[in-house]
Design a protein around this ligand. Structure first.
Ligand code: PAF
Length: 283
């Protein structure tokens, strides 16, 4: 696996590959890799000639400095995992390389409605930071296809909008969430949970499955209320939201007009043991 630390070096390498007709698959990450990331690498390898991963803990997408400081960093172990999984290229820039002298300035990008709901509402500025770094990464790696986990469902929507609005010829592929045996969605943040916390965190999966299993077109509001009650009764969750939305654009649902055959999604965000966890399930 080749490792590049500068935009110039990776671009030069990618231009060379592209001039030889190679397609580029890209898996952007913030490191602390797990099996979920490796599944994205495998998918990229199956669909593209060359697979590039990046590891960059992006300061501008953390609206909470403590969260940024605590974010796990383990470049050595991550590089080994990537190498073993057959990743061809690792882009490993530092903050100065990605932001130059711009003092961590974000590029104002019109995220629109998506910035006002769910993650956008709860984490002000988060998606501006994500869009800023993702655009920089795309301009460095010049991918044909990008593989992203659907655990960050709203992030995938934001990146799809970015690519559309900027006329980038990049296909964004949202890939299924990988889960632990107890249903907990794999996430780099899980490392910060105790063993007991990891068990408790599977509540998220339980309530999402509960909603999926019990909702009919007549009762979505009632089932949602029951699911929230289940979480509240545990006593250890600080729930930020549990909502049902249209899956294609995350718009609100008129519960009176609930229809079979329409794609809906249940989305969850909550704090456990001081760790913010998110998950979702297509209904
Ligand atoms: O999902 C992530 O790991 C990050 O938000 C991303 C897309 C790598 C941008 O920093």
């Amino acid at each position: 696996m080749l490792v590049f630390n500068t935009v110039e070096d990776i671009q030069y390498h990618i231009y060379d590959l592209k001039s030889n007709g190679k397609t580029i698959g890209f898996v952007p990450t913030m490191g602390a890799l797990h099996e979920g990331h490796l599944s994205l690498i495998r998918r990229s390898k199956a669909e593209c000639d060359i697979t590039v991963a990046s590891i960059f803990v992006n300061p501008t997408q953390f609206n909470d400095q403590k969260d940024f400081d605590k974010y796990p960093r383990m470049n050595e172990a991550d590089s080994q995992m990537l190498e073993k999984s057959g990743c061809d290229v690792l882009f490993l820039p530092d903050v100065v390389e990605m932001y130059q002298n711009s003092l961590l300035e974000v590029q104002p990008f019109d995220i629109g409605y998506l910035d006002t709901i769910l993650e956008g509402a709860k984490r002000p500025g988060h998606y501006q930071g994500v869009a800023t770094i993702v655009e920089k990464l795309f301009l460095s790696v010049l991918p044909d296809k990008v593989f992203m986990g659907l655990k960050d469902f709203q992030q995938v929507k934001v990146i799809e909008k970015l690519v559309r609005d900027k006329n980038m010829q990049i296909e964004i592929i949202g890939c299924p969430t990988l889960r632990e045996t107890n249903g907990l969605a794999m996430s780099s943040r899980n490392m910060r949970l105790s063993e007991d916390g990891k068990q408790k965190a599977s509540d998220i999966y339980q309530v999402l499955v509960y909603i999926k299993k019990h909702r009919t077109k007549d009762n979505p509001e009632r089932v949602l209320a029951q699911a929230k009650e289940m979480i509240a009764s545990k006593g250890y969750w600080n729930l930020e939201y549990l909502e049902l939305r249209h899956a294609h654009d995350l718009s609100e649902i008129d519960m009176e007009q609930w229809q079979e055959g329409v794609n809906y999604v249940a989305l969850y965000a909550g704090w456990l043991e001081g760790v913010r966890l998110i998950d979702n399930m297509s209904l």
